[in-house]
Design a protein around this ligand. Structure first.
Ligand code: M6R
Length: 608
């Protein structure tokens, strides 16, 4: 939520800041802005809308500087207006970009107003910039002013701060919102993540919670929350600038739907042998911890939560007790903590604040071990967990999560196997599952080959306002995920139900206007879901069924059948989600929505 980029260099940094903003735009895209230290002023350009709108407003021949900060916003406090866009400025002296929420901004605002400060925006951020200015006016330099200011803040923040009196200096600070420092001889940068900086450097440092970084004429000094000098490792990012290029695709979401074959292969690489899963891929201490684990508590949000719901079926089938809860709900109540429980977080970004908060809560309540399945190395969740398993999906830019989901499922099946082998899973079944996992990339390609067929089907949704998704067992979460994808990017209201629950209420919604999408693989629940399909047909519902070629289901009046190549039941959710992703994508293309940046959403939800 919100993207920050900042730079101190010897040359003009404005093109780099704009490029960084474009790469961060997936984090928030209500408005964007940039502030630079130039001659005798801090000059600020802001615009509502996209980074491209901001760029169009800039005269690049004139608007030049070697120190600057920039921001792309996802509105929390205050509407989407130019006044509320970042960077915020105080007295033409200080400029600040901020990601996060300051909970005590009311008190700080009142105190500053009593000192004569006036406010032009409705944001919580403006108190920060005014407070820094206030300290500078009382004799502090920029570093001391920011150090003193952040001690007054309650809430979450990542900040980039510059001031007129110290050109060539930029201060960054973070608490519960991510911030990286990019480094290069004589230059240094701030970025919410490496995608912002990868075009200029692949060397970076991760600020820890409470850290402040002083970037002064390219020299980088870091202090911890006690204001003590600290060293942070310089790491090398494996991200390539091209990995976040669109290539021949029309949208990032489309590109990412087509990538899971490779992404799953990368996620499995080095993690499986001929017949078994290598449990050291979960970390050094994994075997020792897994030997003690008696129960698994999964916590996640959105799509990552749905991958947890699929995985519960695998864990329990292999004899491992498992609960799954939405992170915010987990944090909202007390828990009876099972002995030797492993708390498992799942997250694409590793920065979802609700999941981080729930992990904290779980630790406080006595969950003994923690593991994260995550796609972002160096993220907050990775740092906060005892064990880490990285999915290697590569950068996911589209707000609607796709390849992250399929790789999470592959990772979760590996985990279910290593825990399950301590319970009910025998060696032969493990070897069969490993074989099935290895076959996944090929099966993904088969599923993707139905793209054109699904594109045609999508035309049926153009005039629809509602859709119902049905699934059973392992495939109920796939129905949930299909519904989430459709509503996120096409703005069609979509609900998913366990098919058996239909007659307990939602059947009342079914008529000839209601598309009903059923996920019906060839498993031991097939006959039951066939009965549910008949219940819908009898009421005139328009059915689209995703079924196995051998399920004996054929198209008929009011029922369209998309035949999916036969796939082993355990791994089938990883395959069946692909046509649902394609369906949502094509519906959104026809509806002309902003697919990669759907309204009101942001890729990484870093505010509560
Ligand atoms: O980065 P995370 O996996 O923690 O994100 C969790 C959700 O915010 C995310 O899955 C969200 O629901 C997506 N927009 C779904 O497409």
């Amino acid at each position: 939520m919100c993207g920050i980029v900042g730079a101190v260099s010897k040359s003009n940094i404005v093109p780099m800041l704009i490029d960084g903003l474009k790469r961060l735009e997936y984090r928030g895209y209500d408005s964007a802005g940039v502030a630079i230290v130039r001659d005798n002023e801090i000059e600020r350009k802001v615009n509502v809308g996209r980074v491209a709108d901001l760029e169009a407003d800039i005269d690049f021949d004139r608007f030049k500087a070697s120190t600057g900060i920039a921001h792309t916003r996802w509105a929390t406090h205050g509407g989407v207006t130019r006044d509320n866009a970042h960077p915020h400025i105080s007295q033409n002296n200080v400029a600040v970009v901020h990601n996060g929420i300051i909970e005590n901004h009311h008190e700080l605002r009142e105190e500053l107003m009593s000192k004569g400060y006036s406010f032009y925006s409705q944001t919580d951020t403006e108190v920060i910039v005014n407070k820094v200015d206030d300290f500078i006016n009382h004799g502090d330099d920029l570093l001391a002013a920011v150090q003193k200011t952040i001690k007054l803040l309650k809430g979450a923040y990542a900040l980039g701060v510059i001031c007129l009196s110290e050109p060539g200096r930029m201060i960054g600070a973070r608490s519960r919102s991510p911030l990286l420092v990019g480094v290069k001889p004589g230059e240094a940068y701030l970025g919410s993540d490496m995608s912002a900086l990868i075009a200029v450097t692949n060397k970076f440092m991760v600020l820890e919670d409470g850290d402040i970084v002083d970037i002064n004429q390219g020299q980088v000094t870091i202090y911890n929350n006690q204001d003590q000098l600290v060293e942070r490792d310089v790491k090398t990012s494996s991200l390539s600038a091209n990995a976040i290029e669109l290539g021949d695709y029309h949208h990032y979401m489309q590109k990412e739907i087509f990538e899971p074959g490779q992404a799953i292969a990368d996620t499995l690489e080095g993690r499986i042998s001929a017949n078994s899963v290598l449990e050291q891929s979960f970390g050094h201490d994994a075997a020792e911890i897994f030997d003690r684990v008696e129960a698994v508590q999964i916590i996640a949000c959105g799509t990552s939560f749905y991958s947890g719901l699929v995985a519960r079926n695998w864990f329990e089938k292999f004899g491992v007790r498992c609960d799954v809860e939405i992170a915010t709900e987990f944090s909202s109540r007390a828990h009876v903590v099972p002995a030797n429980a492993l708390v498992l977080t799942i997250s694409q970004s590793g920065e979802t604040i609700d999941t981080l908060t729930a992990l904290d809560k779980a630790k406080q309540q006595g969950y003994r071990y923690s593991l994260t399945i995550c796609n972002a190395a160096e993220s907050s969740l990775v740092r906060a967990s005892d064990l880490v398993f990285m999915t290697h999906a590569g950068p996911e830019i589209g707000v609607a999560s796709t390849k992250a989901f399929t790789t999470q499922l592959a990772a979760l099946l590996l985990l279910a196997i290593v825990l399950g082998r301590r319970k009910l899973l025998d060696q032969t079944t493990e070897a069969e599952l490993v074989n099935e996992l290895r076959s996944l990339p090929g099966k993904v390609e088969q599923a993707l080959s139905q793209d054109k067929e699904i594109q045609k089907l999508a035309t049926r949704f153009v005039d629809k306002n509602h859709a119902l998704f049905l699934g059973r067992g392992l495939h109920f979460p796939i129905a949930l995920e299909g519904a989430l994808k459709l509503k996120e990017i096409s703005y069609i209201h979509a609900e998913a139900y366990p098919a058996g629950e239909l007659k307990h209420g939602p059947l009342a919604l079914v008529d000839s206007q209601m598309p009903v999408i059923a996920v019906a693989p060839n498993n031991d629940l097939l006959e039951k879901i066939k009965s549910n399909i008949q219940e819908v047909r009898a009421r005139g519902g328009q059915l689209i069924v995703f079924a196995d070629q051998e399920s004996g289901m054929d198209a008929d009046a009011g029922i369209e059948v998309i035949k999916v190549a036969p796939v082993d039941d355990t791994i089938s959710p990883i395959i069946y989600v692909i046509p649902l992703q394609l369906l949502a994508y094509h519906v959104a293309v026809i509806k002309g929505t902003d697919i990669d940046k759907p309204r009101n959403l942001a890729k990484s939800v870093t505010v509560e």
